[in-house]
Write a protein that binds this ligand. Structure first.
Ligand code: FE2
Length: 300
């Protein structure tokens, strides 16, 4: 199947107002007033009806990542391929297609248990995108939302699922020691792309699934000043900075990481590599960043 891009991320929280403040005052996302209600917060970052859907629930956690296909034909083909690979999936109910603002979709899980959705026909909003923080725009055109990094206790099995069943391509394999100690444990990550130039849309990190359900997700802005202003807003709003500014060695992204109200991190960056896959050869990296990206987990 030919997945076009990451389309949206679904998130649960016990405190919707906390997410509304974070999304609008720190990230600079636009609330979709007509879709949102007291238990649902729909957030826009471009022409699409929404890119983040936060709903009130029992926990603060990641719920699912939505990927989009071009059309109905690709959708029917995707379902055939999943059935042939003995991967079970559930068809969206009418309520779900309405909530996701798509024509039709399915929900499934990867072998590690990460919840995914695949759909087509995502609607645009009638109103133009306007960031409450005057961000000129998020980089999504032809590239999708950004990327997600999932935990996978069995990296090989999960990796094979994305490559052989969902049709992703390998971008990079990263293996580096966690910290300076000579016996520091190895960190292993697979980075994969779908049918667009973004260097990676999904990465898998060899680890147990964290309580928040997700390692991180990433949004991309236009220039370094937008990243700097984002960092200022995060600090002014007492958001935990999970990683200092740095430049990644594989997708060249200049970014910092901050903790979202649902516990996982949001990478906020710019200058991500847009790859021509026809001339690309798969990378293997021994370090995550050229400079920066000093990680500091929250103290609590
Ligand atoms: Fe990332």
């Amino acid at each position: 199947m030919k997945i076009q891009s990451l389309s949206y991320v679904l998130i649960e929280t016990t405190d919707l107002q906390e997410w509304a403040n974070y999304a609008q005052n720190v990230v600079g996302l636009m609330k979709n007033e007509s879709l949102s209600d007291e238990n649902n917060l729909y957030l826009r970052m471009d022409e699409k009806s929404f890119r983040f859907h936060i709903s009130t629930g029992e926990a603060k956690r990641y719920v699912a990542a939505g990927f989009d296909l071009n059309d109905q034909e690709s959708f029917e083909q995707a379902k055939i391929e999943l059935s042939e690979a003995n991967v079970s999936f559930k068809n969206f109910t009418d309520e779900m297609t309405q909530a996701r603002q798509v024509t039709d979709g399915i929900s499934l899980q990867d072998p590690a248990g990460n919840a995914l959705e695949i759909s087509y026909g995502a609607l645009d909003d009638k109103e133009p995108f306007l960031s409450p923080q005057d961000i000129k725009g998020f980089i999504t055109k032809g590239l999708g939302f950004g990327h997600v990094v999932f935990a996978a206790p069995d990296l090989e099995v999960a990796h094979s699922f994305y490559i052989n069943v969902l049709g992703f391509g390998d971008s990079d394999y990263m293996n580096f020691p966690m910290g300076p100690a000579p016996d520091a444990p190895e960190v292993k990550l697979n980075f994969m792309h779908c049918n667009n130039p973004r260097h990676h849309t999904v990465a898998l990190y060899e680890s147990p699934i964290p309580p928040s359900g997700l390692i991180h997700t990433m949004v991309e802005v236009n220039d370094i000043d937008e990243v700097g202003r984002g960092l200022d807003r995060a600090m002014q709003n007492n958001v935990h900075i999970s990683s200092s500014l740095g430049r990644h060695s594989n997708d060249m992204m200049v970014s910092f990481y901050m903790q979202t109200p649902s516990g996982f991190d949001l990478e906020f960056g710019y200058d991500g590599w847009q790859v021509d896959w026809s001339t690309f050869t798969k990378q293997e990296s021994k370090m995550p960043s050229f400079w920066g990206h000093a990680f500091s987990p929250p103290e609590n």
